[in-house]
Design a protein around this ligand. Structure first.
Ligand SMILES: [Zn+2]
Length: 242
């Protein structure tokens, strides 16, 4: 049988544990909740610059460890009848670069194309045309990352099944890095990251050259095309030039 003294001790313990649980900043200031998924009108009103600002802000929240609170089942339900994403992102297959998490976006916010070395092909180009021309996305982002295994594979001239053809698409980026950057091996992380960045720029160029549909939208300012690099050490995306 519990004596009044025991009950008092139990209550005191509960109060202490509640206080301890609320000592973290997250408990004291709960994360703001993400707004509901965008409507078609909200997507149409968004400018390409605002879409880029949203990706920057989302990545800053990701880096800071303060992502928006989300009810993912509610987002699934809300987007079941239609999608109005703000951007299409081409990034690497790498498991450490999950696009929606890196940009703190929810269900229906991003079109995501992922392939080793974030290389371009006709199907991905067609997908980008669908994302922008048909589905209203305002931004194309090509995001490489540091210490990329596909880039290292291209540098090392790896030959392996279908991977050989994929790595061949990266080879021109190796030549695009100035000759004075030495040694030109996969052990030189600075060189590898410079090849990754050059690869992103070449893919940006290819998108412009190979898609009259997207080039026309870019020229008219309906969309923007940005490149960037994701840092595996920090989680930060550094956009080029913008
Ligand atoms: Zn990679």
């Amino acid at each position: 049988m519990k004596t009044p003294n025991t009950i008092f001790k139990l209550l005191a313990l509960m109060a202490l544990s509640m206080l301890a649980g609320c000592a973290s900043p997250r408990c004291m200031a709960p994360a703001p909740t993400a707004p509901p998924p965008r409507t078609q009108a909200e997507q149409a009103a968004l400018t390409p610059a605002q879409a880029l600002a949203e990706l920057r802000a989302g990545n800053a929240r990701f880096v800071a460890g303060t992502p928006l609170g989300r009810n993912l089942p509610a987002e699934v339900h809300a987007t079941a009848k239609g999608q109005y994403p703000i951007a299409v992102v081409l990034s690497c297959l790498d498991s450490r670069q999950p696009v929606e998490m890196v940009f703190d976006q929810g269900i229906g916010d991003l079109f995501s194309a992922r392939v080793a070395g974030n290389v371009l092909n006709d199907d991905i180009l067609g997908s980008m045309e669908f994302a922008c021309k048909v589905s209203g996305a305002k931004l194309i982002a090509v995001i490489g990352h540091s210490n990329c295994g596909a880039i290292k594979g291209a540098v090392d001239d790896v030959n392996l099944g279908n991977l050989t053809g994929l790595l061949a698409k990266i080879k021109p980026a190796i030549d695009a890095v100035p000759a004075e950057v030495q040694p030109r091996t996969s052990k030189n992380y600075d060189f590898v990251d410079q090849v990754s960045a050059a690869n992103v720029r070449l893919v940006e160029q290819q998108i412009r050259e190979r898609s009259p549909v997207l080039r026309d939208m870019l020229d008219q300012g309906q969309i923007v095309l940005v490149g960037g690099m994701y840092d595996l050490e920090t989680g930060k995306v550094q956009f080029f030039d913008k």
